[in-house]
Design a protein around this ligand. Structure first.
Ligand code: CAA
Length: 697
């Protein structure tokens, strides 16, 4: 096999075929060396009179997974992908792409520039560019509709989903699907083509098939709702419209320009930042890349309440047997019923088959005795947030668990060190903080205690990935990263009510910013009794102003528990549609007059700044204390756990975009207006501003 100069691409002669192998771990991205290698390979095909056709295949876990996104930060080195694709398309002999793993973005563009595509049945293909705030820029948007039709192509490009090889075959995107030995199958497929005298088959030569022009308006309406705030999906509609109206070569040039413009847009920068930050979050300090996580083959969950049920679903969905421990057969029976309901809803939505649901349910067992956990690899306690209850459970687990089993707590606020100290072996204790509903929310806030063993940290991180979550490691701190920051936003939202804002105004400002739900609508969803209990647990440690601000308790006393009682900050009708509640205005007026507080007109800007900068300031303190390893971890937590718009990159990235000097100026202003204890700029912010830097340098 001849290695080309680029080292990542090699060419071997197999009879009358050239077999080009790309080997650029981890995902065979189209780095400069791969682009150059592919160009050389086409030149080799054209200049070798004996070569009749070529196969492109990849080593490792996947076909080309797209452009090398690390190269986006600097000017691209020639040859650009567009040039490589043009050469593939212009080849005078057939080229076959042999796909396994995922052919994504530029990888799929390479495949579309080939004459034929053959794939393993497990393979998937897609254009995920939109998730990075860009669109295919090397012919993907121009070729795909010619091959599969305008409407399906628009769906793939504007939403960024992946489709299976079989689906792609049905759509005409892939020519053959095989179940094993892709290389042998691709070679025999290509030899047959050659033997039959098959010619090159250029997608670029195909016309755009007929389509319903209404597709553009309906897609635009659907996308602006489903991807509110995101720019690229809507640009995809305009791009596709242009492709249907423009000759191929011109469309290619316009497509490139659209992608290039998007690449330098703030949204793309933010989305690429989150992509990188989610992966960086997997690097946990003190956990070497070669440290093996412990095997997790069986788990137990203590506590069959809402959280325990959702967490059990996560393990079932990942194919891991799970034992649910509860105090009574009755509580366990209703938990199993509720878990089944969650899976049934999934079947109804078409997410899984009824058989698959039964397979998942078969992974779940229940027990009332702790003896049942004797052989599990990991236990997650998900009981009520009471330190003594949890400590008691830890002691009972210690008595029955294997020595190498891990004890994880789902606590969101309690002191991880105190909990760890209550086990005879604190090195086996860690936090795994899931978010409600646990089977839906992507975020997993793992927590390390001082003595947690590195391989336990490696295990909770690896397990998070296995469960399909986005795991982030937090350190000791009240409320860790997520809830500690949230509590500051909650505080400001309450203070804003004191100062004269309405729940509607605050919610409107935060949803207009991009959050899916405002803090007051969220409180109504969570339940005012839950909010009041959380407040009661912390009230002794609160400032006098926070202690006084007991609006939540007053709502509970008025029977306004939120959606569950059809009345909270809002009034709710039978279909849970919220409307303005004059009773809340009266309750707030009574509260203010009781303490002699004057309501004033509050601007939207003040609401946004107070809610966001209170969190950013707290995050800076968390960073400085070591509760978070890097600002990116905080951004990942807020985009995955609380719907902070990913196209703004998370609170830290957003603060840098606003400019830390401006953030500090606002903090100084609110220190005077609201009170220094709440807004005094964190020392880290002071220092970064003095040094002319941001969180990201
Ligand atoms: N470029 C460079 N590195 C990439 C990459 C890419 N396109 N995609 C993934 N990687 C890296 C990751 O950063 C990670 O590196 P580390 O181990 O050093 O952190 C490693 O590959 C593995 O990635 P994952 O942890 O995500 O692995 P996975 O198995 O869970 O998923 C994947 C694999 C499905 C390919 C996933 O990584 C993915 O979706 N990647 C992005 C694909 C993409 O967006 N492609 C389009 C790029 S834009 C484009 O192609 C158009 C254009 O020309 C402008």
């Amino acid at each position: 096999m001849k290695k080309l100069d680029t080292q990542t691409v090699s060419v071997a002669k197999r009879g009358s075929l050239l077999v080009v192998t790309i080997d650029n771990p981890p995902v065979n991205a189209l780095s400069h060396s791969v682009r150059a290698g592919l160009l050389e390979a086409v030149n080799a095909l054209e200049s070798d009179a004996d070569a009749r056709a070529m196969v492109i295949i990849c080593k490792g876990r996947t076909f080309i997974a797209g452009a090398d996104i690390h190269e986006f930060k600097r000017p691209m080195q020639a040859p650009l992908l567009g040039e490589v694709i043009e050469r593939l398309d212009a080849a005078t002999k057939p080229i076959v792409a042999a796909i396994h793993g995922t052919a994504l973005g530029g990888g799929l563009e390479v495949a579309l520039a080939c004459s034929y595509r053959i794939a393993l049945d497990q393979a998937r293909v897609g254009f995920p560019e939109v998730k990075l705030g860009i669109l295919p820029g090397s012919g993907g948007s121009v070729r795909l509709p010619r091959l599969i039709g305008v409407a399906p192509a628009l769906t793939m490009i504007s939403e960024g989903g992946q489709i299976s090889a079989r689906d792609a075959c049905d759509k005409g995107l892939i020519d053959a699907v095989v179940s094993e030995d892709l290389e042998a199958a691709a070679i025999s497929f290509t030899e047959k083509l050659v033997a039959e005298g098959a010619k090159v088959c250029r997608v670029s030569a195909l016309p755009v098939p007929g389509f319903d022009p209404a597709v553009f308006d309906t897609s635009r309406a659907m996308l602006s709702k489903k991807y509110k705030g995101f720019r690229a999906p809507l640009v995809a509609v305009d791009l596709m419209k242009m492709v249907t109206e423009t000759p191929f070569a011109e469309a290619i040039a316009s497509e490139y320009k659209v992608c290039k413009d998007l690449l330098v847009s703030p949204q793309s920068r933010a989305l690429r930042h989150i992509f990188a930050a989610e992966r960086e979050a997997l690097n946990v300090a003190g956990v070497g890349a070669d440290l093996r996580p412990r095997d997790v083959r069986r788990v137990a969950i203590v506590g069959p309440g809402t959280m325990g049920r959702g967490i059990a679903c996560c393990f079932q969905n990942a194919g891991i047997p799970v034992i649910l421990i509860g105090r009574s057969d009755d509580s366990l029976a209703s938990a199993v019923k509720a878990i089944r309901k969650i899976h049934e809803a999934n079947v109804k939505r078409g997410g899984i088959t009824a058989d698959e649901m039964e397979r998942r349910m078969a992974l779940l067992t229940t027990a009332t005795s702790y003896e049942a956990v004797a052989d599990v690899d990991l236990v997650i306690e998900a009981v009520t947030e009471e330190l003594n209850v949890k400590k008691d459970i830890f002691a009972r687990l210690d008595a029955v668990l294997r020595k190498d089993a891990i004890i994880a707590t789902n606590t969101s606020f309690l002191d991880i060190e105190e909990l760890a100290a209550s086990s005879a072996d604190p090195s086996r204790v860690a936090g795994m903080h899931f978010f409600n509903p646990a089977h839906v929310m992507k975020l997993l806030e793992n927590v390390r205690a001082l003595k947690t063993a590195p391989d336990v940290l490696a295990t909770t991180t690896a397990l998070g990935k296995r469960l399909g979550k986005v795991p982030v490691m937090a350190g000791r701190s009240e409320g860790f990263i997520a809830n500690r920051m949230l509590s500051k936003r909650t505080r400001e939202a309450q203070f804003l009510l004191e100062d004269g804002a309405t729940p509607q105004q605050v919610d409107r400002v935060l949803t207009a910013f991009g959050f899916p739900i405002g803090p007051f609508a969220l409180a109504d969803l969570a339940g005012m009794d839950i909010m009041a209990a959380a407040r009661a647990a912390r009230v002794a440690r609160m400032s006098p102003r926070e202690q006084r601000c007991n609006i939540v308790d007053r709502l509970v006393a008025a029977g306004r528990l939120g959606q569950k009682s059809s009345a909270g900050y809002y009034a709710y009708d039978e279909s849970r549609k919220p409307s303005h509640a004059p009773e809340v205005d009266m309750l707030l007026e009574a509260y203010r007059s009781e303490y002699g507080l004057a309501a004033r007109a509050i601007t939207d800007e003040e609401i946004l700044e107070r809610c966001l900068y209170a969190m950013v300031n707290e995050a800076a303190k968390i960073l400085e204390e070591g509760g978070a390893a890097r600002p990116g971890d905080i951004d990942v937590i807020w985009t995955n756990g609380f719907g902070f718009p990913t196209y703004l990159g998370g609170p830290m990235f957003y603060a840098d975009a606003v400019g830390l000097p401006r953030v500090k100026e606002a903090l100084d202003k609110y220190s005077e207006l609201v009170g220094e204890p709440f807004f005094k700029p964190a020392p880290l912010i002071e220092r970064l501003v003095a040094e002319g830097r941001g969180f990201y340098g």
